[in-house]
Write a protein that binds this ligand. Structure first.
Ligand code: SF4
Ligand code: SF4
Length: 478
């Protein structure tokens, strides 16, 4: 960017800090509610307890890295079930596509963590330093007198406390929150916990307090990507220029009757958290937070004009209204082939996940044939294959599992270290069991070099069963 003001053109323009003005209205209220709900969920979730019995953690939401498990209330995800996480991420992506194609950057304007924390930091700044004009005066005041130091230090300390709470809340998702809190306070926590908190404290302070809109404009790739999901029917925030222009102060005797509804009061610009003028048309920087709608509606009410000079509008609506036609009803913006496609895909993935969740077995096993060598011939002529079988017990108490075989009769199963075909697996854990399958000499031969077989495992307490198919190598001897 070229900046003027000196003889030598500058390629870099310093950032002009933005001090959004306070605004009241229905969209501002909606943003307050969403901020309270999202922050409440983030800070409080690790403290919700959930009884899972004696052997499992009682934290409702826990990423248990040590045991490679993810707990979410009554759901427990094991590493081999990572497809649930992948499915949820796909659903989140499709949901984002759906909302963006229908309502533009509604995610950015209302629920993105960057927006929520920036809003919180601006709220703190306004409480301490005052509204826009007071903050502007303080910013332009060159001299750092006692008052300026006091206000700035109070603000920075409050921001740091919020940032520490943010980083602290994050690590509570990865360990038992009450225990970790005690360990953190008594300096007995793992260094990784302190490092994570320090990094998140720094990023929250810098992104939410200092960089603010620059993260959205320069760092975030989403504004560039979202354009691919939007079209002329997507509802975004727009300005009814055909109604507002020519803009100007409505002063008596100065031809106010020839002016449009916009009184050029700059209220919409002064409340904008990214510092743009919505009257210049749709812009990449706009996060669709709708605060300019609240600001302008307030102005319109005070001057006795209809609300909606700045409003949620699609490009198609703008064109239609300019030509004197009515805007489309809201459902025609929302129900479009693109949104129906995203909704269908989202539903398919969601239904598949729900089915997978309820159909998954409480017992499970993986079978790894030992292939070096693929089989051995014992001195008496028996051909033996070896398998490593991992049995998974998802219950909160120890369970006995009986193993069996579906195969040609000549094959026999035997477990290493025991005469029985029963394995005891501790609660909520896995056990690796070596299994021998043999074709005895003198038995009828196995028909080919590779014989398909099915290994069964049965939970003796519940009679739940599970199986895995594998192969037996080598022919039996006649
Ligand atoms: S132009 Fe309006 S909707 Fe867009 S970011 Fe600014 S205040 Fe929010
Ligand atoms: S708030 Fe409304 S009236 Fe004031 S400058 Fe913006 S568009 Fe014009």
């Amino acid at each position: 960017m070229l900046s003027s003001g000196s003889d030598t053109p500058q390629l870099y323009a310093a950032r002009e800090p933005i001090f959004p003005r306070r605004v009241k209205g229905k969209f501002r209220n909606l943003k307050w509610i969403i901020m309270a709900v999202t922050l409440g969920i983030y800070y409080l979730t690790p403290w919700i307890r959930w009884d899972r019995g004696a052997y499992l953690p009682d934290q409702a939401v826990l990423v248990d890295l040590a045991n490679r498990r993810f707990f979410f209330f009554m759901i427990e995800i094991w590493p081999h079930e990572f497809y649930f996480i992948a499915g949820l991420l796909i659903m989140a992506g499709l949901g984002l596509f759906l909302f963006t194609s229908a309502l533009g950057r509604v995610w950015c304007g209302y629920t993105c963590p960057q927006t929520v924390w920036t809003d919180l930091f601006i709220l703190v700044e306004r409480w301490i330093e005052g509204d826009r004009n007071a903050r502007l005066r303080l910013h332009r005041q060159k001299k750092w007198d006692f008052r300026k130091w006091r206000l700035r230090i109070t603000k920075w300390i409050t921001w740091v406390l919020i940032a520490v709470a943010t980083g602290g809340a994050w690590v509570f998702y990865f360990a038992d929150a009450p225990t970790l809190l005690v360990n953190l306070v008594t300096l007995n926590a793992h260094p990784v916990a302190y490092t994570t908190i320090a990094i998140l404290t720094a990023t929250t302070f810098v992104f939410g307090g200092l960089m603010r809109e620059q993260v959205c404009i320069y760092m975030c790739p989403w504004p560039r990507i979202q354009a691919a999901m939007m079209d002329e029917d997507t509802i975004t925030v727009g300005y009814r220029d055909w109604r507002g222009e020519p803009r100007g102060k409505h002063r008596k005797g100065e031809g106010a009757e020839n002016l449009g509804d916009c009184i050029d009061c700059m209220a919409c610009v002064n409340v904008c958290p990214v510092g743009i003028d919505i009257r210049d048309g749709q812009q990449m920087e706009c996060i669709t937070c709708a605060l300019c709608i609240d600001a302008c509606d307030d102005v319109m009410e005070r001057i006795g004009k209809p609300r909606g000079l700045v409003d949620y509008l699609s490009l198609a609506d703008e064109q239609a209204e300019r030509e004197g036609q009515a805007a489309k009803p809201i459902w025609r913006h929302v129900l479009r082939p693109r949104t129906i496609l995203y909704t269908s895909l989202w539903s398919i993935v969601g239904i598949a996940l729900v089915f997978a969740l309820f159909l998954r077995s409480e017992i499970d096993m993986t079978v790894s044939p030992v292939r070096n060598p693929t089989f051995v011939t014992l001195s008496d002529g028996t051909i033996r294959n070896i398998y490593d079988v991992r049995l998974r017990n998802k219950h909160g108490e120890a369970r006995e599992f009986r193993m069996s075989l579906t195969s040609p009769d000549v094959l026999r199963i035997q477990l290493e270290g025991t005469e029985r075909l029963v394995v005891t697996v501790p609660p909520d854990s896995t056990t690796l069991q070596r299994v021998y399958i043999s074709a005895r000499p003198g038995s009828a031969p196995v028909a080919s070099d590779r014989t398909e077989l099915r290994l069964w495992v049965e939970d003796l307490a519940s009679t739940d069963r599970a199986y895995r198919d594998t192969v037996f190598n080598g022919k039996g001897t006649p």
